[in-house]
Design a protein. Structure first.
Length: 224
């Protein structure tokens, strides 16, 4: 507050000094021959200058313009204050400018870093999506192979059951007691007749066995 009041005081003194100098020059350039008239006019002009300066200042302020040294010192002080204030403001301006540039650079760097991070994440995401598609395809292929293996195992199981039944039928065909042959009735006098009868029965059983094997194989073929 004191500095601002001193500055206002200095500006008022500046205006006073300028008006006083102009008045002094006008007095010096006046005609030397009319000294008496000029002195009276100078007095009146001096009074007008004082009145004019009094109107520009506050009512409670009274200044002495006769002291030229005081006015010059005041101007020098005011000028020095203005220079100091200018330097201070210039320094603050440079600091603000540097801070603004730093913020712009940091913002640009952060934006560039964020863009690079986004690009990296996009690349990683694309790779993961490609790997996911590959895994899906491999899973589908494995499922198809498992299905084929299941069908093959099922066919093998069915063939194994059919072969087991064929073995049972073969055992039953070879076992003569199962087709009505009674060994206690066999005698040497009836060897040729019974042998012939047994031969015929064996041929019938072989035909039956071959026909059954053929039918079983056909059923296996259609099942597959």
């Amino acid at each position: 507050m004191k500095t601002s009041s001193n500055k206002r005081f200095s500006r008022k003194h500046d205006r006073k000094v300028l008006v006083a100098e102009e008045s002094t020059k006008s007095w010096a350039d006046s005609d030397s021959d009319s000294s008496s008239s000029s002195s009276s006019s100078s007095d009146s002009e001096q009074e007008e200058v004082h009145c004019f300066m009094a109107d520009q200042t506050d009512d409670d302020e009274v200044f002495d313009f006769s002291n030229v040294e005081f006015t010059r010192d005041d101007l020098v002080i005011a000028l020095n204050d203005m220079v100091k204030e200018y330097r201070k403001l210039s320094h603050l301006f440079e600091e603000a400018k540097a801070e603004n540039i730093s913020l712009k650079n940091s913002s640009t760097d952060s934006s560039s870093d964020e863009l690079e991070d986004v690009d990296i994440l996009k690349t990683v995401l694309s790779k993961l999506q490609a790997e996911n598609e590959m895994l899906k395809n491999e899973t589908s292929e494995l499922k198809a192979e498992i299905e084929e293996l299941n069908q093959l195992v099922s066919s093998w199981n069915h063939s194994s059951r059919v072969l087991h039944k064929l073995n049972e039928y073969q055992k039953q065909a070879i076992d003569k007691t199962g087709v009505g042959f009674n060994s206690s009735e066999f005698s040497e006098g009836e060897t040729s007749t019974q042998s012939r009868s047994a031969y015929d029965k064996f041929n019938k059983m072989s035909f039956f066995k071959d026909d059954m094997i053929y039918n079983c194989l056909e059923s296996v073929k259609y099942d597959n």
